[in-house]
Design a protein around this ligand. Structure first.
Ligand code: NAD
Length: 316
């Protein structure tokens, strides 16, 4: 099968590409190597995939419709995984416009090209942030998602709405996957699991927003990838599906696990909670189990062990 992945050089995209190549698919990766973190890291992310003859990289921006159209013509993908996005909740508050551009217009471009190409299966990377300050846990797909509390969350919800209209109008199968804090090897440097691993390993201070009791549903990357490939393979009409570990972990516990694996004590600077921060994210994954056979296999203790040991071997 020929698969096109946008944002394919990023954390999640590079892992998905490797999984698809392993099972014999051809992968076209589109990524503009944006500077949300060092582009060199993204080059390293795809080093292994680049060795594979079934892998093709295009350094392109999903906002460039003409160039993207040419890529679709050349690659002739049968399925699309749209991961390219401006990421991060906090920076979306101070600089929202690029989020609207990439996450809404970029998604529109991809849906339109997919329609023209006659793509039957489209997977869209949504986020737990669409749930806003939802107090009812665990978060279920039936909960309200019309009150996101950051521009990032609002752009992800907008993406889901565009996906719905394309499904309705053009009978495309579109699955919007709401990821809950993915972590693991090659993790995003701006996210707590990787950032704290680096800072604690280097003996540097970490900033902890709130009293450490905020909870996140940390989902190990291999489990996220399994959910994505299952969604890619199924014709489900239109669905929004949570991909989480369904286990809320306190920030303090995450820090303790990293301390244990690095063998170093964290130097913690406590700061107030930031606007846009959620007290807890926690996924109800019954729907993912039912529709995708999703069953996360990696407990946080194991995932952090793997992240820290990968960090030790790969730190530059
Ligand atoms: N990592 C998580 O915990 C998490 C949680 C919820 C949702 N998501 C979503 O999953 C997707 C992947 O996230 P990630 O953590 O791998 O982030 P990432 O930043 O590592 O990957 C995103 C990739 O998209 C590329 N990109 C950005 N703008 C682009 C553009 N205009 N054209 C082409 N490429 C572009 C970036 O260069 C980057 O390589 C994103 O849509 C993100 O919003 C991630």
């Amino acid at each position: 099968m020929k698969i096109l992945i946008t944002g394919g050089a990023g954390f999640i995209g590079s892992h998905v590409a490797e999984r698809l190549l392993e099972r014999g698919d051809s992968v076209t990766c589109v990524d503009n190597f944006s500077e949300n973190y060092e582009p060199e890291i993204k080059k390293r992310n795809i080093r292994q995939a680049m060795q594979n003859k079934n892998y093709r990289l295009y350094r392109e921006d999903v906002l460039n419709l003409k160039a993207m159209e040419a890529i679709f013509r050349q690659a002739m993908p049968e399925r699309v995984i749209h991961l390219a996005a401006k990421v991060g909740v906090r920076p979306s508050i101070s600089e929202p416009l690029p989020y609207v551009e990439t996450n809404i217009k970029g998604t529109m471009n991809m849906l339109e090209l997919a329609r023209k190409q006659g793509i039957k299966n489209f997977v869209f990377a949504s986020s737990s942030s669409v749930y806003g300050a939802n107090k009812k846990v665990p978060f279920s797909e039936d909960d309200k998602t019309d009150r996101p509390i950051s521009p990032y969350g609002a752009t992800k919800k907008s993406g889901e709405l565009l996906c719905y209209s394309y499904h309705e109008l053009h009978r495309m199968n579109i699955t919007c996957l709401r990821f809950f804090t993915a972590y693991g090897e090659r993790g995003r440097p701006d996210m707590a699991p990787y950032k704290f691993t680096r800072l604690i390993s280097e003996g540097k201070e970490i900033e902890m927003y709130g009293d450490g009791r905020t909870k996140r549903d940390y989902t190990y990357i291999a489990d996220i990838v399994s959910g994505i490939t299952e969604a890619l393979d199924r014709e489900l009409g239109y669905e929004t599906i949570n991909l989480g570990n369904s286990e809320a972990v306190e920030l303090r516990h995450l820090i303790e696990l990293i301390e244990k694996e690095t063998g170093k004590k964290a130097r913690i600077k406590q700061l107030p909670m930031q606007p846009g921060d959620l007290p807890a994210t926690y996924a109800d994954i019954a729907k993912a189990k039912r529709l995708l056979g999703f069953s996360p296999k990696t407990k946080i203790e194991t995932g952090i062990k793997r992240l820290v040991s990968w960090y030790r071997e790969n730190k530059q």
